[in-house]
Design a protein around this ligand. Structure first.
Ligand code: IVH
Length: 692
């Protein structure tokens, strides 16, 4: 897509644009578009950002300003067009140019042998070349590019007619708004793919929903499908969808919608699936190219399927299987389709990650904001490698919606890294001995009365000195993603709290060490470790502190946004709700909560006390990025199981010292850190000569 020279040039241009006070010319507008498109590609497709979020935002808002001042300079593929107004009301039905068929399924090696045999018969050959790629678990879409511009995006619908959701599709930054097809003599091109949501974004979003008292979305697939059909494009943007495109339609025109004149077979396309994916990737489109393998004959396919299934969780999004396709297009055409699916492709489905169990009882946990969460205790059930005994039911609404009772048989799903959840109960299996789930009226921790706020589905304990809330708040402050005070975990927080030496957050910095030593539970070494960890936390980045304060609705991402918008924590005192709403991804609810938080005298006192204790309140981020740790500018990729650290911990360590984490093996990779059971990344690195 971008040659090395292009990349260097675009990066230098971006830095230059960031430094100058814009000339406000049309030339600058064109340059801004180029560097933003490049930054999107680096971030969303290469997983290797070249700009910080703040730098990107600055370029973007300059472009927006210039285009507002000069509407005549706006082009249909300007990145600002992604900031759409939203869909007017319902989604207009649109006929697919080519019907969107589904895939035949296989579940084991025998099925694959059978499928291969049939394929060879239809193709009239002894051996076929197959491509294998992930089967993405999301919502399928069809995109039409017309004269190089993304013309529309359509959901699958019933396969013949879908719904046009173009403004929502435009929120997906992995999908370029324009791509060079005309060069290859192609006027119009219909491309199929899958809209997915990365597991991390899904978890973040669900965390936010739960914090707002809303029911979490069931799984990433439903989240992607639901998001595509939302009326508010701004909300779609917040959910950060991702996409992968895996098929170019150029077979027979759709008879159901003859109005769509369609070039039957664009000349200029490669002749195989493998080459087409590379060809699309070279034009900046997200494809399975990097994960794709080619095999002569079915044996290699079968071995690869078994191997890939063991590392299905390594991709950032959910995959529910692999898709095997006959590589050669001419053969694909010869083999044709049944009424349901193409004969030249099949899905190899991974084993289900669902199981049934019995709901034995419900316990109620108090969180740091006082929200009381019902937690289901079930008979232990083994789901793909993990024994599940306990599941959050989130809130009363979810319990009611799913019609759960004590004693019910329930279906439990564990999708990848996503926390396990109850899919449904089976009312038809009830014996009559099941009991209703009754919510407590009083806080299980302090016996205070629970209240239900109007806009929330959750019950809350409003006693601000409820002991569990206090300890939860302390634990959150010290947690890995907040101030990362290693040895101050749940057990020590509780111990200190019960001993009466720790009552609030600033208290962490003035612990009575002689009393702690006297208590007898701590050796000199653990005291020293703890003191060191507390000392280290004083210089944590501002976003970690903001996250650690536990402001309602402020998750990790919002904390970063807030931190980058100020140079000192107290600058947030001055921000109005309006100021805050102008920040990316901050809505009125979050803004209100932030303003409320900093208006409270007791919270300002806490900030003062933290400052007095020597905790950093300044935004050192920019300095930090430039200051150059020992790994400055070096790129890393961790693969396999590491023996001492979790992968995320190792990554954070490298980043802290100036290293950059890459998403995949490429020529740009400096260090591949290999744990046990490393898979394809190691092979690829060997191939590329990154390591030998
Ligand atoms: S090829 C004619 N490739 O799985 C082209 N489909 O269960 C047929 N899917 O409807 C589709 N990943 O929505 C293809 N790599 C992949 C896929 C994929 C996910 C979806 C697609 C299809 C469904 C069938």
């Amino acid at each position: 897509m971008y040659s090395n020279e292009d990349q260097k040039e675009l990066h230098t241009l971006a830095k230059a644009l960031l430094q100058q006070n814009g000339a406000g010319t049309q030339k600058e507008v064109i340059q801004l578009r180029k560097v933003i498109n490049y930054a999107d590609w680096r971030y969303y497709i290469e997983n290797d950002p070249n700009l910080s979020d703040a730098e990107y935002d600055r370029l973007f808002s300059t472009l927006k300003q210039l285009e507002t001042a000069h509407p005549e300079w706006v082009t249909p593929d300007s990145p600002t067009r992604r900031v759409a107004a939203g869909l007017s009301e319902r989604f207009p039905p649109v006929g697919h140019l080519v019907p969107m068929l589904s895939l035949d399924n296989t579940y084991n090696a025998d099925d694959l042998y059978d499928w291969d045999k049939k394929c060879r018969e239809f193709a009239g050959l002894d051996q076929l070349e197959y491509c294998v790629e992930p089967k993405y678990d999301g919502a399928s879409i069809s995109l039409v590019y017309d004269n190089d511009i993304l013309l529309r995006g359509i959901t699958r619908g019933d396969g013949i007619t879908g719904e046009e959701v173009t403004p929502n599709i435009m929120q997906i930054k992995a999908i370029p708004l324009s791509a060079r097809f005309a060069d290859a003599g192609i006027g119009q091109l219909e491309i199929r793919g899958e809209v997915v949501i990365n597991k991390k974004d899904f978890d973040d979003y669900n965390g936010q929903r739960v914090a707002e008292g809303l029911a979490p979305l069931a799984n990433p697939r439903n989240a992607a499908a639901g998001t595509l059909r939302m009326l508010d494009a701004g909300e779609v943007r917040k959910r950060r969808l991702n996409a992968i495109l895996y098929h170019v339609s150029y077979t027979a025109p759709n008879e159901a919608s003859p109005a769509n004149s369609y070039p039957v077979k664009p000349e200029g396309l490669p002749k195989t699936h493998f080459d087409t994916m590379q060809w699309l990737a070279a034009r900046g489109l997200p494809t399975p190219a990097k994960e794709m393998r080619r095999f002569e004959g079915i044996e290699g396919v079968i071995a690869y399927c078994a191997e890939f299934e063991t590392r299905r969780d390594d991709l950032p999004f959910e995959v529910d299987g692999l898709v095997i396709k006959v590589n050669n297009f001419e053969l694909q055409e010869k083999m044709g389709m049944t009424s349901h699916h193409p004969r030249w492709a099949t899905a190899y489905k991974f084993k289900a990650r669902q199981a049934t169990s019995t709901l034995r009882k419900v316990e109620y946990q108090v969180g740091r904001t006082g929200v009381v969460t019902p937690v289901a205790k079930i008979d232990p059930v083994y789901i793909s490698g993990v024994t599940v005994t306990s599941l959050s039911l989130f809130n009363e609404e979810v319990v009611r919606e799913k019609d759960l009772r004590i004693g019910d048989t329930v279906l439990v799903e564990r999708a990848g890294d996503v926390i396990p959840y109850v899919v449904k109960s089976f009312p038809e299996l009830r014996t009559g001995t099941e009991l209703p789930i009754v919510f407590p009226e009083f806080c299980p921790a302090c016996n205070g009365r629970l209240e239900k706020q109007e806009d929330l589905a959750a019950w809350r304990c409003i006693n601000s000195s409820c002991p569990v809330q206090l300890t939860e708040r302390l634990m959150h402050f010290a947690s890995k993603d907040a101030m990362d005070i290693r040895s101050l975990g749940a057990a020590n927080v509780k111990k200190f709290f019960d001993m009466g030496v720790l009552a609030d957050i600033p208290g962490i910095y003035s612990l009575n060490w002689s009393r702690i030593r006297e208590s007898g539970g701590f050796g000199e070494k653990s005291v020293a470790n703890l003191q060191q960890a507390i000392e280290n936390s004083k210089t944590q980045a501002l976003n970690r502190l903001i996250f650690g304060l536990g402001i309602r609705y402020v998750g990790e991402t919002t904390a970063k946004t807030l931190a980058t918008s100020v140079s000192h924590l107290r600058d947030l005192y001055e921000k109005t709700e309006e100021d805050l709403c102008a920040l990316p991804d901050v809505g009125p609810k979050v803004a209100h909560s932030v303003v409320d938080f900093f208006q409270l005298e007791e919270n300002r006192k806490m900030v003062d006390a933290l400052e007095a204790a020597g905790v950093n309140l300044k935004n050192l981020q920019r300095e930090e990025n430039q200051s150059g740790g020992s790994l400055e500018g070096k790129t890393f990729l961790f693969t396999g199981t590491l023996s001492r650290l979790k992968r995320s911990e190792a990554e954070a360590m490298a980043e802290k010292n100036g290293g950059v984490i890459l998403g995949s093996v490429s020529a740009k990779l400096n260090y591949l850190v290999v744990g046990s059971d490393a898979g394809s990344k190691l092979e690829k690195a060997k191939k590329l000569g990154t390591i030998s």
